[in-house]
Design a protein around this ligand. Structure first.
Ligand SMILES: [Zn+2]
Length: 90
C-alpha cells in the first residue's frame, strides 16, 4: 500500500497507483481523502520509457525494435508507479 498524502496512512492500493495518471484520482481507504499525480512529475517519470520507444522507431533490426518497445513500456509503468509522488487533490 502507498501512504496517503492526507493522513500519512497506507490507504492507496498498489493497483490504484499503477493506473493513476493526471486527471485520475485515488481515494484513500483510511480517510477518504483524494490524491493524484501532478503533470510535471508524471511527465518526468514517463520520459525514459518514451525515449526508448521513440528510439525503437529508428532501428532497422526487428528484434532490437521489439526489445526497446518492451523495455520502454515496462519503464512507463514502473517508474511512475515507484517514483511519481502522490499529491493532495481538493
Ligand atoms: Zn488518507
Amino acid at each position: 500500500m502507498f501512504s496517503c498524502p492526507h493522513c500519512e496512512k497506507p490507504g492507496i492500493s498498489p493497483l490504484r497507483k499503477a493506473i493513476l495518471s493526471p486527471g485520475l484520482i485515488a481515494t484513500c481507504k483510511s480517510c477518504s481523502g483524494t490524491s493524484g499525480l501532478r503533470y510535471p512529475s508524471w511527465l518526468t517519470a514517463m520520459l525514459p520509457g518514451s525515449i526508448l520507444m521513440i528510439a525503437a522507431m529508428f532501428v532497422d533490426s526487428g528484434s532490437v525494435e521489439w526489445s526497446l518497445n518492451s523495455i520502454g513500456l515496462i519503464l512507463m509503468i514502473i517508474i511512475p508507479f515507484m517514483f511519481a509522488p502522490l499529491r493532495k487533490e481538493d
